[in-house]
Write a new protein. Structure first.
Length: 309
């Protein structure tokens, strides 16, 4: 018996993420880059409620600005539902009610979390009963961040970021994030990375095609030591993001001089994430940032991946 036969719908919650470490390899002939990244799922969640329908439809609300989120077949969550139906031969449809908390186009994987939640919700709703490995395979077809949103916790991602291995993380890490209402295009950021590397190839030297995660990152996570982690966090997209959005540099500098252990752009931005020592420091930094006119949110990680609630 599927959940649809017992309840009106299935609700799944999936987390946003911060790339604690992100190394970007050289541009490949297929136009892509290999990545080496360390994801941490954090306590900003997307809720997706799936109910039976004859068609595939979607509605989007949330505590963040959702005006730029598509409510048609270009939405990644709806694509996830349609992919699952195709793969399993399911002949019905679904209505997805998405309730967003992760900043839109902010480099925190909100759209990927929606897609992961949609896969889990529809699988339960339709009674298709795919294994976690099968769901991961479908997630990888939807985007590099979708498999991690399924998994949650802390993990190392390689190749396009979709090949995951668990990263042991002890304790809890506290972050203060500063979202920005003006989103950034991930492809535009990668184009800027490639342009800059091409123009400054002699000074930058050869970029590895297959980067790896710094061992110091994994050691800091295993130790549960925020100060150690602050010394080794890295984002190869950050310089390009700041060239496209120089206003974010001021936010980074302000946070880092106002009590943060370290700050970085989350993924391709424009969300800025500050690592702090404990909850007291997080609350202090959040108040300072808000007093300066910034939106600031205290989150923590790691948290679970997509699951039925």
């Amino acid at each position: 018996m599927s959940l649809a036969e017992e309840f009106q719908g299935v609700r799944v919650r999936a987390p946003g993420k911060i790339n604690v470490f992100l190394a970007v390899g050289a541009l490949q002939s297929d136009g892509y880059h290999e990545l080496a990244t360390t994801f941490q799922a954090v306590s900003l969640f997307e809720d997706v409620v799936a109910t039976l329908s004859d068609d595939f439809t979607i509605s989007v609300t949330g505590s963040v600005d959702v005006s730029g989120v598509p409510a048609d077949e270009t939405n990644l969550a709806l694509q996830a539902a349609q992919l699952l139906a195709t793969e399993t031969g399911y002949e019905g449809g679904v209505h997805l009610d998405i309730r967003k908390e992760v900043p839109v186009a902010g480099g925190m994987g909100g759209g990927s979390a929606d897609a992961a939640a949609a896969l889990v919700a529809c699988d339960a709703l339709w009674g298709t009963d795919l294994s976690s490995q099968e769901l991961h395979r479908l997630a990888a077809q939807l985007g590099a961040d979708v498999p991690f949103a399924l998994k949650g916790g802390t993990a190392v991602g390689t190749r396009r970021g979709d090949e995951l291995s668990a990263a042991l993380a002890h304790g809890r890490f506290e972050w203060v994030i500063v979202p920005n209402p003006v989103g950034l295009s991930t492809p535009a950021v990668y184009r800027e990375v490639d342009r800059h590397r091409g123009e400054h190839q002699e000074a930058l030297g050869e970029v590895s095609a297959t980067p790896s995660v710094d061992a110091g990152v994994l050691q800091a996570l295993r130790a549960g030591d925020a100060r150690l982690l602050a010394d080794v966090i890295r984002n190869d997209l950050q310089a390009a993001t700041l060239r496209l959005r120089p206003d974010l540099a001021d936010v980074l500098e302000f946070g880092e001089t106002s009590g943060a252990l370290a700050g970085l752009v989350s993924g391709s931005g424009p969300t800025v994430a500050f690592l702090v020592e404990d909850t007291t420091k997080a609350d202090e930094l959040r108040r300072v940032l808000m007093s300066a006119g910034h939106e600031a949110i205290h989150v923590y990680g790691p948290v679970h991946g997509a699951r039925i609630v």
